[in-house]
Design a protein around this ligand. Structure first.
Ligand SMILES: Nc1nc2c(ncn2[C@@H]2O[C@H](COP(=O)(O)OP(=O)(O)OP(=O)(O)O)[C@@H](O)[C@H]2O)c(=O)[nH]1
Ligand SMILES: [Mg+2]
Length: 296
């Protein structure tokens, strides 16, 4: 099954609602409901509806293409790939997010991707909080041929990060991904730990971290908004990766996020395997939300 098929399968529950036989009030109501069900949120839906109405679509096909155009325009500005600036060696990427969002898995996938590009990549197991977290990242290291820096469960995460960056620079890594413990956005103690990690990174390289990636689980729907809000303020998020789009009908949340924050969405997760990560593009995303491959 192709990744687009996986994505469509996840979103197909909403997709069926996007074929219209007319552009009348009933169709517009159906459209509004479909957008709300995809977890786009009231404000964004109201905005989309207003723009669609302004275009005065004459029939079902015109309505469908109007929706497509409006959604694509909203999402396009945030479809920005992650750029690895190779003047930084290593390019330091800090991965953050709530528990279970997919941080560790996404690091594994990114490691695989950049190894295939010929980069020398390492990981830091700075989730010293959850039992099993170090081992999980080590398995990804073995699978992808990336060095993993560890200090074991219970160790000081910031201390490990400091040492790992020093070693990484010494061996000439191109990229280093720092895995962190999952933390709820309202846990100030854990948010403080994140600050401490950032401070320690800057001691090794004043320009780092070069990317702070917030990993978001698409299946949480509207809750993603408060996660972005909190992590953006406390951790200086530079971009996002949305996971689990293969298993959800709530993919509309991405439009709400684009609308509200305008932060780059670098990639999307469409499964649990090493190659289940895709660049995020507006067209394929909107196609998948709307059911895609018709003339509309
Ligand atoms: N279907 C699907 N599952 C995913 C995806 N990304 C991650 N997962 C699964 O989600 C679960 C949690 O992933 P982890 O990578 O451990 O998440 P985490 O953010 O590191 O979790 P903590 O370290 O506990 O905070 C695992 O079972 C992953 O296999 C995805 O894109 N699609
Ligand atoms: Mg993890």
């Amino acid at each position: 099954m192709s990744w687009l098929d996986k994505l469509k399968r996840g979103l197909s529950k909403t997709a069926a609602l996007f074929s219209f036989t007319a552009a009348d009030e009933t169709a517009l109501e159906t459209l509004e409901e479909a957008l709300l069900r995809s977890d786009m949120g009231y404000n964004t839906v109201a905005d989309v509806m207003a723009e669609v109405r302004r275009q005065k679509p004459a029939d079902g096909a015109a309505l469908r293409s109007a929706v497509k155009a409006v959604l694509t325009a909203k999402v396009k500005p945030v479809a920005v790939p992650l750029v690895i600036d190779d003047t930084h060696r290593p390019f330091v990427v800090l991965m953050i997010g709530v528990n279970g969002a997919g941080k560790t898995t996404t690091i594994g996938k990114l490691g695989q991707y950049y190894r295939e590009q010929g980069k020398q990549v390492s990981f830091v197991a700075a989730d010293t909080f959850r039992a099993g977290a170090v081992e999980q990242l080590c398995r990804w290291g073995e699978r992808t041929g990336c060095q993993v820096y560890t200090a074991g469960t219970g160790a000081d995460a910031a201390g490990l990060v400091f040492d790992a960056l020093e070693k990484s620079r010494a061996v000439g890594d191109d990229i280093i991904f720092i895995d962190t413990a999952g933390r709820l956005q309202n846990r100030t103690d854990l948010m403080d730990e994140l600050h401490k990690i950032t401070r320690v990174i800057r001691k090794q390289d004043a320009t780092a971290p070069h990317a702070v990636l917030l990993v978001l689980d698409a299946t949480v729907g509207q809750n993603a908004l408060s996660q972005v809000q909190a992590f953006r303020e406390t951790a200086g998020v530079t971009g996002m990766i949305m996971t689990k789009l293969d298993g959800t009908a709530k993919g509309g949340i991405l439009v709400a996020l684009a609308d509200r924050f305008g932060l780059p969405v670098h990639a999307i997760g469409v499964g649990e395997q090493a190659d289940d990560l895709r660049a995020f593009t507006a067209e394929s995303y909107v196609d998948s939300v709307m059911g895609g491959d018709d003339a509309g």
